[in-house]
Design a protein. Structure first.
Length: 213
């Protein structure tokens, strides 16, 4: 029989990388209209090579969220050589822009965002209504996707069950007012970890990554 564990996570430390983190750093750096560089962002991230930071900034420029205003030469005392770009932020929405490499707007994460927004607005819902209300011309939310997300939030204590499901009868939920934590959707994470059956403990530091929806 495969091992099953019930885990209780009391604290979690976000890893300082990824588009959400880079965007928060850029917005903080430009609060007073200041410019920023790739190095400015990378110094607040644990991206080993700066390549992910550079890629995200290129996406912002391609999509019109930022622009290059000048190029400077690296200081002679620096380990870097050549020139580097100085950027100015043109748009600063609170939510991280979802941008493809060619500058077109992406849809990853929009399904969860739309479903969470719908849950906050609706007095009650089933998976069919949640999928319909959350679908737009940019992203179509399937009933199975809505049902899966709602089940995850139910298990996490966000949703109250107003009517249990039955054959051919959909379950009806309501978002608990106390769990309406804000505009950003709760993210579904997945993790791989090492469990030592001799010691009966998880070894190392597990890292959880977001499941796209």
């Amino acid at each position: 029989m495969s091992i099953q564990l019930e885990l209780r996570v009391t604290t979690a430390n976000p890893i300082c990388r990824g588009h959400d983190h880079y965007w928060r750093v850029i917005r903080d750096l430009t609060n007073d209209g200041d410019t920023f560089t790739r190095r400015d962002v990378a110094q607040s991230a644990n991206d080993r090579t700066d390549k992910c930071v550079a890629d995200f900034i290129k996406r912002l420029v391609a999509a019109g969220y930022a622009e290059i205003i000048e190029q400077r030469q690296h200081d002679a005392m620096s380990n870097d050589i050549g020139i580097f770009n100085v950027y100015r932020l043109l748009k600063r929405p609170a939510r991280t822009p979802i941008v493809n490499r060619d500058g077109t707007l992406g849809v990853q994460g929009l399904a969860q965002f739309n479903m969470w927004t719908s849950m906050r607005a609706l007095n009650s819902f089933d998976s069919v209504e949640l999928a319909a209300v959350s679908s737009t011309d940019k992203v179509e939310v399937q009933k199975t996707t809505a049902q899966r997300y709602a089940r995850h939030l139910q298990d996490a204590g966000y949703l109250a069950i107003l009517r249990p499901g039955a054959p051919n009868v959909g379950r009806i939920w309501r978002l608990k007012p106390s769990m309406n934590s804000g505009p950003n959707p709760p993210k579904i994470l997945r993790s791989k970890m090492v469990y030592d059956t001799n010691l009966k403990k998880i070894m190392g530091t597990p890292v959880a990554t977001e499941v796209a929806a």
